[in-house]
Design a protein around this ligand. Structure first.
Ligand SMILES: Cc1ncc(COP(=O)(O)O)c(C=O)c1O
Length: 392
């Protein structure tokens, strides 16, 4: 029996089966290279659902975690700690003038944003409008915001959520009114299939919110922290939200979530209204602050834009282009819609040949590698991917 088979057997006997699994046990990573328990090598073209934005074991992040682990681990949030302040200052200087709150995940960030919108709007404005094919997380509030099959079996959900089609201003105008606390959406939908809005849509949503006095929340859990070749996805359109939620890349692979809210709104979270015991934990916050330093100092926003353009050009002119319906996205946040109905065989073929990639909405492949992936690794990945697409 291989080491992997033995570990998978132990896993299945000890863990809940709530994840669809690929039959690989990963034991080591360096940059965008991963190794499994039997020594097989893979290129990571998906970065752990976007978490490892700087790859595995980036020396600056290893230094940040080590240095912090040797000085201060955890303090209750009744105290101040410096890494959390540095991290919040990064958000403020790179996004907009806001105030930050930290937690551990994207779902918790959604919960914080929903609560902040509700408490600021008051009891007469409970409605929160979100988008079909949007995704905000698995906790009950975030799940109530997430239209579709993720909700199946979990009723009753949190009341007050209304879902409209993404990128449809008329549908939004029909439901946003004086009882609306917030409109919440992703600047580019991730789980929904890397769906970009039409030019002008986000600005029109901003204007509608302003007209009706609703809070505009952008879920930047996927699009935040450099993924799109911009610090934050909203910078593509220049439309600034009132609240932005973050997760995934924010911690560079350690669990950090958070929100940045305009000061007028942030003021509604008075002591006792919201909290998170380990949120802004010094170890996580120190790594997270280092993620911003590295992206800045290694010029990775520009690299993400250039690398993304190379991937699009190469796939768009490849021998398998007749099997590709569309390539969408920004920077290294890319979706490849296939003409065939199911992308999972492509994922499995690529995995067998040493490439980790993902499919969403059945036939949309997602290419979201770390921003530190090398040109050589991109070339090798595309060669494997083209063969996998050709084979199915
Ligand atoms: C846009 C978006 N928001 C929120 C979440 C939830 O994040 P987490 O899994 O960290 O709770 C996800 C997860 O994929 C996401 O894609």
């Amino acid at each position: 029996m291989s080491i992997s088979t033995e570990l998978i057997g132990r896993h299945d006997a000890a863990l809940i089966g709530n994840y669809g699994k690929l039959p690989v046990v990963l034991v080591r990573g360096q940059g965008s290279t991963l190794w499994d328990a039997d020594g097989k090598e893979y290129i990571d073209f998906f970065a752990g659902f976007g978490g490892t934005v700087l790859g595995h074991c980036h020396p600056r992040l290893v230094a940040a975690i080590t240095q912090q682990a040797q000085s201060l681990w955890q303090v209750g949030n009744q105290f101040y700690s410096e890494p959390q302040i540095r991290l919040a200052e990064h958000l403020k200087s790179k996004a907009f003038d806001g105030r930050a709150f930290f937690c551990h995940s994207g779902a918790e960030a959604a919960e914080a944003a929903i609560k902040l919108a509700r408490i600021s709007a008051g009891p007469d404005r409970p409605k929160i409008v979100t988008m079909k094919k949007g995704f905000h997380g698995r906790t009950m509030g975030a799940l109530s915001a997430t239209a579709g099959p993720a909700q199946n079996g979990f009723a009753p959900l949190v009341p007050g959520f209304v879902h409209v089609p993404f990128d449809d201003l008329d549908a939004l105008e029909e439901v946003v009114d004086g009882t609306t606390a917030a409109v919440m959406l992703e600047p580019i939908q991730g789980e929904g299939g890397i769906n970009e809005p039409t030019k002008g849509y986000l600005r029109a949503v901003r204007e509608l919110c302003d007209r009706c006095g609703a809070v505009l929340i952008f879920d930047e859990v996927w699009t935040g922290v450099g993924r799109t070749g911009h610090w934050f996805g909203h910078q593509i359109s220049g439309v600034i939200p009132d609240i932005m939620t973050l997760g995934k890349a924010l911690g560079g692979g350690v669990p950090v979530g958070g929100i940045l809210a305009k000061p007028r709104l942030a003021a509604f979270f008075k002591p006792g209204t919201h909290g998170c015991t380990l949120g802004g934990n010094p170890i996580c916050a120190n790594v997270s602050a280092a993620v911003f330093d590295v992206i800045e100092q290694e010029n990775l926003l520009e690299y993400a834009r250039k690398a993304g353009a190379i991937i699009r050009d190469q796939l768009g002119s490849s021998a398998v282009r007749h099997k590709i319906k569309a390539i969408r996205g920004s920077g290294l946040f890319l979706g490849v819609e296939l003409t065939i109905p199911d992308g999972l065989p492509v994922v499995h073929h690529a995995l067998d040949h040493g490439l980790i990639i993902n499919a969403t909405q059945k036939n949309i492949l997602r290419i979201c590698p770390s921003l530190t992936i090398t040109h050589q690794q991109i070339e090798k990945s595309l060669a494997i991917l083209e063969k996998a697409i050709a084979a199915v």
